[in-house]
Design a protein around this ligand. Structure first.
Ligand SMILES: C[S@@+](CC[C@H](N)C(=O)[O-])C[C@H]1O[C@@H](n2cnc3c(N)ncnc32)[C@H](O)[C@@H]1O
Length: 555
């Protein structure tokens, strides 16, 4: 028997001893021939709603259950819950791995990847391989530096604090990176028992949303200062302060946890047929669809595009994930408008600088801060997600509508624009931009209206974004393989990611914006003539012009 099979058997025996229920209809299989490691398969037909396995909360590894927490007369617990979720779980898991056979999870730990060579996530790609992924924004999210900072925060200081000095030697940087990556691709965020109400119990699933939550926390750690979208926790200092700003476990309502067997399930955004549910005492994996004998049981790791699946889990779906999106950097929008302003006002030297002034006003808009509670008050974010089939972030739509409306307004009266951008007219300029922000917001909010200029700007920005991709990808010359295997070259994997991103962008050029609402069957936005909006935005200015010319005539 191979070492792989032996480990699987020992793990399955451990599961049978420790779990309350495990259905005879499921089996852990060796799926290495499909480049999927181990996975769970149905050996008999399973009906929707059937429980595949069930176990008590103490079987998962987290700060509540780990051996490290019990040491030091309970003092370790208060130290660990003062840390962030990632930090505490890395330390707890490292300690269990160091305990080896003495850990109560030993047969489980033995089936987890623990060597760098077992990971295909982006953290382990070489620099020259990562270059294949340019210009994808996934490259900004790998978080290599963040891991290093985290390591230096925890080792040796916390090993000493937690009274495990022997862990200083065990937890090398290499091991730390592996454990962090393991947590990234295997952990679940499990709600505390006390936050689950009876009513929630039946619907409670810790997979999709919790995995998304995990992605967000991890995303924050991966970002460098000032790069991320308007989240409070991020960025007002150097990297190490970033960690201090990560919420500590004490204030969270969930625990990042390693969940045996539940994490043996592979995932697929289209084929998901089981999810993890939990109540006060137990966690249970349940079928969410009828599953036929012989079919693989798939979980979901969240609504992630291929770039994120690769970054966090080291594989991709073919030809694409069901939740593809591409990040459009703010710079592309700003560059587009700087060029447009220069072209529209060739005789005004500082026309491109006006775009920066507008951006500042949008950033500091009190109106948006008060109105957009959900997006932390900001529409100026580093990157805007462009989803497949023409779905755009509302923040992006509003941003473009404001800029295209301002440009149209200024073009309508060149002399007025020249006067307005003079330093002495700063107040007037600010008032006009702020008024435009309010009008555009109201128009979108109340009537979901965009203009022809908006559509034109959108098209040109998207063309600019597509032009950054390699020619073979832009021209659709890359041919997708039949299925994902680890034998695919890194270049091919990168080409698939880039092709998926370009497809999202091309969807817009192919007319999928505005997308159609699932509920009403109607387009989500109405496109109107520019003049209608400009008339509204310029109303006050036109009235003042009128008054002034009236006065002149009288004089
Ligand atoms: C939570 S584990 C799932 C169990 C894993 N297959 C194992 O052998 O331990 C997540 C890892 O499984 C692999 N995986 C999950 N879904 C996959 C899929 N659809 N195709 C290929 N690999 C997959 C990836 O290596 C991923 O990082």
């Amino acid at each position: 028997m191979s070492e792989f099979a032996k480990r699987t058997n020992e793990f399955v025996d451990w599961v049978h001893t420790n779990f309350q229920l495990i259905s005879s209809k499921v089996k852990v299989l060796d799926l290495r021939s499909r480049s999927q490691g181990r996975g769970l398969t149905a050996v008999n037909d399973i009906a929707e709603g059937e429980t595949l396995f069930e176990f008590t909360r103490d079987k998962v590894i987290n700060v509540d259950s780990a051996a490290l927490t019990q040491l030091n007369n309970g003092e370790n617990e208060s130290i660990l819950i003062g840390l962030g979720q990632w930090e505490a779980l890395i330390l707890c898991l490292a300690y269990e791995l160091m305990l080896g056979e003495k850990s109560k999870w030993y047969p489980y730990l033995k089936i987890l990847p623990q060597e760098e060579s077992q990971f295909t996530t982006l953290m382990f790609w070489k620099d020259e391989e990562l270059e294949y992924l340019s210009p994808s924004c996934v490259l900004d999210r790998i978080g290599e530096d963040a891991v290093e900072q985290l390591y230096h925060k925890l080792v040796p200081q916390y090993c000493t604090k937690l009274h495990v000095p022997e862990m200083i030697k065990f937890l090398t940087f290499k091991k730390f990176r592996v454990i962090g990556s393991l947590i990234m691709s295997y952990s679940f965020d499990v709600d505390h028992a006390e936050v689950i109400t009876e009513e929630e119990y039946e619907n409670n699933s810790s997979n999709q949303d919790d995995k998304i939550e995990a992605a967000e926390v991890e995303y924050r750690l991966g970002e460098t200062k000032g790069e991320e979208s308007g989240s409070d926790e991020q960025g007002e200092g150097n990297g190490s302060e970033e960690y201090d700003l990560t919420e500590c476990i004490r204030n969270d309502t969930y625990l990042k946890s390693m969940v045996p067997l539940a994490d043996t399930l592979n995932a697929n955004t289209r084929l998901v047929n089981a999810t993890l549910h939990y109540d006060h005492e137990k966690l249970a994996m349940k079928a969410i669809k009828n599953i036929k004998k012989g079919e693989q049981i798939y979980n979901t790791y969240g609504e992630l595009p291929n770039s994120e699946i690769l970054r966090k889990y080291g594989y991709i779906e073919l030809p694409s994930s069901a939740a593809e999106f591409v990040d459009l950097p703010l710079d592309l929008i700003i560059d587009h408008y700087k060029i447009a302003f220069s072209k529209a006002f060739p005789n005004i030297k500082n026309a491109p600088a006006v775009v920066d002034r507008i951006l500042d006003i949008i950033k500091n808009s009190d109106y948006l801060e008060e109105t957009l509670v959900d997006s932390d008050g900001g529409i100026v974010i580093d990157k805007y997600e462009i989803y497949a089939k023409g779905e755009l972030l509302p923040e992006f739509v509003l941003m473009l509508l404001i800029f295209s409306t301002l440009l149209g307004s200024f073009k309508s009266d060149f002399k007025w624009f020249r006067r307005l951008v003079k330093h002495s007219k700063k107040r007037e300029f600010d008032i006009f931009v702020n008024r435009t922000i309010v009008k555009c917001y109201q128009l979108l909010e109340e009537r979901s209206i965009v203009t022809n200029s908006f559509m034109e700007d959108l098209k040109n920005i998207i063309i600019g974004a597509i032009n950054r991709y390699p020619q073979n990808i832009r021209k659709g010359e890359f041919h997708f393989p039949e299925s994902f295997t680890l034998k695919l070259s890194k270049r091919d994997i990168a080409n698939i990611i880039l092709s998926d991103e370009v497809t999202c962008l091309k969807d817009i050029l192919n007319g999928s914006f505005p997308p159609v609402s699932d509920t009403t069957g109607k387009p989500k936005y109405t496109i109107i003539e520019d003049e209608k909006l400009l008339k509204n935005v310029l109303k006050r200015k036109l009235q003042e012009d009128e008054r002034r010319s009236h006065k002149r005539r009288r004089a």
